[in-house]
Design a protein around this ligand. Structure first.
Ligand code: SIN
Length: 300
């Protein structure tokens, strides 16, 4: 059964709730809802925008089928949720990603490679948690897919928090974990960040248990950027973070999205972890997704 994280509906929000629930169908399993009843190649009317926002608040992961969007249309749809985020990541030629960019398994010559230049996205994470204002949502649009696999997985951090034993919840409520780009690069075996990147994004402490700004539900805020726990020895903090990550990414909290051509998928980084899955012949088949990210707020 799909678990809804919606707050109690006020009468003012009731009509958006009804529209959202008739537009989107909950996916089987823990999180997410889908629709094939939207055409994002044209601007949406206000009522539909409100319905999509409501469905996003309630399901945290939305799948919109059968789209064919260019960068401009994808940008316009994403900015309905907030300001679009710039990127720090440098590609092998030193350039930075555009606001709407592609993530691929291709080398500079456009050929599929078994180990792409950026491979940290194969580890559980929530986007840009190392920033003061981490990403609100991330949107991917399937452009080219391998014949099988190349899935993306999502883990529900609200359900994971709710399932913790009462004494663990008491132990971790109020703790802060330090999120660090430098730590992530070491943890994932990636190239170290540049001096400029470290200055632009020094390590920052965020609540280990995050409160969703719209639903007020609590969730675990963890993943590959979580380096250690403030006020705890490094060893104890690492052990706690690994224990929480193992708990939170059990099958019962995870949805695997099996991509179809034309899928547009977006998720709430404030309460989900995600990762790419290397379950296809990466050195042989092309996988190209368009990606855009909406900026979020300081976690509370
Ligand atoms: C991401 O981590 O933003 C991308 C996930 C994917 O490639 O499936």
């Amino acid at each position: 059964m799909n678990s809804l994280h919606a707050p109690a509906a006020s009468s003012a929000a009731a009509s958006a709730d009804v529209a959202a629930h008739s537009l989107f169908t909950p996916l089987d399993g823990i999180i997410g809802a889908e629709t094939d009843r939207l055409d994002l190649s044209r601007p949406l009317d206000d009522r539909t925008v409100e319905a999509v926002r409501t469905a996003f608040r309630d399901h945290h992961l939305l799948v919109i089928r059968n789209q064919s969007l260019d960068k401009e249309r994808m940008y316009r749809f994403a900015e309905l949720f907030g300001p679009i985020e710039g990127h720090m990541i440098r590609l092998s030629d030193g350039s930075k990603w555009d606001a709407v960019h592609t993530i691929t398994n291709l080398d500079a010559g456009g050929n599929p490679v078994a180990k792409p230049f950026i491979s940290s996205n194969y580890f559980w994470h929530t986007d840009k948690s190392f920033l003061r204002e981490p990403s609100l949502l991330t949107m991917l649009h399937a452009v080219e897919l391998p014949p099988n696999g190349g899935d993306t997985q999502f883990a529900d951090m609200i359900a994971a928090y709710d399932a913790l034993p009462e004494d663990t919840r008491r132990r971790i409520d109020g703790l802060k974990s330090v999120q660090s780009l430098e730590f992530m690069r070491r943890y994932t075996g990636s190239a170290p960040p540049t001096e400029d990147d470290i200055v632009a994004a020094p390590p920052i402490a965020h609540p280990l248990v995050r409160t969703h700004p719209e639903t007020r539900r609590k969730s675990l805020y963890i993943g590959m950027y979580s380096s250690h726990i403030e006020g705890m020895s490094e060893e104890e903090g690492r052990a706690l973070l690994e224990e929480l990550l193992e708990h939170a990414t059990q099958d019962r909290f995870v949805r695997t999205h099996r991509w179809r051509h034309g899928d547009l998928v977006f998720w709430d980084n404030r309460c989900l972890l995600h990762r790419a899955t290397a379950n296809y012949e990466m050195g042989k088949h092309r996988r190209v997704l368009m990606r855009v990210v909406v900026k979020g707020s300081v976690p509370e």
